[in-house]
Design a protein around this ligand. Structure first.
Ligand SMILES: *Cc1c(COP(=O)(O)O)cnc(C)c1O
Length: 397
């Protein structure tokens, strides 16, 4: 462990992160602390807008702005034409999901870990179109059971949509195996990578996903109000965006228009340029550390925190799966999660609470109450993890 930590320059990571001097930030699955370069990039652009006007500032920043999609493409091993920017991961996901045609009796296969917003969209679409939602079982380790996924496949399945890493636990779902099964069956595979982007080394060729959505503010350490979408060209060509404007299409004749060919057909014209540039800076920053190195360090800290918390009497850790990541969820006997969270916040330790209604197929089905979520990032230290464990120990009185 020490040997790996010496290789990872934690001191530099902390020096580049102003928030590290203010708080013990263990809510990286909610919003991670941005490195100074992200904030500086955004502030510089806002100043340029104030001094030269928004359109001039955007024109001056045009090369850097188009480089943002290239950086995201590099992060995912995709082409930059396959990337669309969005103002949240949910919007990015919706842009593909709502563009898919469904008929009565069609089926969507999803997983127990699926995120509330995605399931709400499934339910709304089921009401509108008669599509059926089918939740694949977990295996004994609590991850998506790939054998059950295979069993449920038939000619009526129109979509496999799963969450890679859930908001409510340390599980990493076997997305590569799901991608292989989806590819064999010729079914589109939509991957929610909200918690894996910036935490795990992602590669859309290895994952074989046809579309992937992620936010900027979580493990990527980017600004709020940013997200992005990857769409494989073969799927993109088949989909007509639900909404079009003069950015996603061109009004070519009085009675005709032409839709853009790249993934940018899922964008609309107006957007927060400072935030997009900040997202680019965040992705470049992650690439400069290397996503494999980040994955290794975050995984190590996650394991360490689970170990520390398991040693505290009355604490139960609830993470599942054979492969686990930097998200650690736990309960403290006799103290509700919201109270644990608030007491920790008073000690300047940032955590979050995962409510059963964020993931009813998972938490509610397992009969779990709200959980405290502590999510580590590469800039966290062993000392910070010990501080959390000690604070939790004290709070039992
Ligand atoms: C946070 C999260 C989302 C939503 O991302 P937004 O950027 O808030 O839209 C979706 N899925 C999962 C698994 C998440 O953790």
């Amino acid at each position: 462990m020490n040997c790996i930590q010496q290789q990872f320059d934690v001191a530099r990571a902390r020096m580049e992160t102003p928030g590290c001097t203010q708080v013990t930030h263990l809510d990286n699955a909610g919003t991670a602390l941005p490195p100074a370069t992200v904030t500086d990039t955004m502030v510089a652009h806002l100043r340029a807008e104030a001094l030269r006007g928004g359109y001039r500032a955007a024109a001056d920043a045009a090369p850097r702005l188009s480089a943002v999609r290239e950086s995201i493409a590099t992060l995912l091993n995709a082409g930059s034409a396959d990337i669309a920017l969005a103002d949240s991961a949910t919007r990015a996901w919706q842009a593909v999901f709502y563009a898919l045609p469904f008929r009565p009796g069609d089926r969507i296969l999803t997983c127990r870990a699926e995120y509330a917003s995605n399931v709400i969209a499934f339910l709304q679409t089921a009401e509108r179109t008669g599509v059926r939602i089918d939740v694949v079982d977990d295996d004994a380790d609590g991850q998506l059971d790939v054998a059950d996924l295979r069993r449920r496949l038939d000619e009526r399945v129109r979509l496999i949509a799963i969450t890679h890493v859930p908001t409510q636990g340390g599980l990493v779902n076997p997305a590569e195996e799901v991608g292989e099964i989806a590819r064999e069956a010729g079914v589109p595979f939509l991957l929610d990578a909200c918690q894996s982007a910036g935490q795990l080394d992602l590669d859309v060729e290895r994952l074989r996903c046809d579309a992937l959505s992620a936010p900027g503010r979580k493990y990527l350490r980017g600004p709020r109000g940013t997200g992005f979408l990857y769409v494989r060209p073969e799927l993109r060509e088949r989909l007509q965006p639900v909404v079009l404007d003069l950015h996603s299409a061109t009004w070519t004749h009085p009675d005709r228009y032409r839709v853009r060919e790249s993934a940018r057909k899922f964008e609309t014209w107006e957007h927060n340029v400072a935030a997009a540039l900040g997202l680019g800076a965040a992705v470049d920053h992650a690439l400069s550390w290397g996503t494999a190195a980040i994955e290794e360090r975050v995984g190590l800290l996650g394991r360490r925190l689970r170990e520390l918390l398991s040693q505290v009497p009355g604490v139960r850790v609830h993470d599942q799966g054979t492969r686990r990541c930097g998200i650690v969820t736990f309960t403290v006997d006799g103290v509700p999660a919201a109270e644990v969270h608030d007491l920790l916040a008073k000690a300047d330790i940032n955590t979050s609470v995962s409510l059963p209604e964020y993931a009813r197929y998972d938490l509610a089905a397992r009969g779990l109450p709200a959980l405290v979520r502590a999510s580590v990032h590469y800039y966290n230290t062993d000392a910070e993890l010990e501080r959390l464990a000690e604070a939790v120990d004290r709070l039992r009185g």
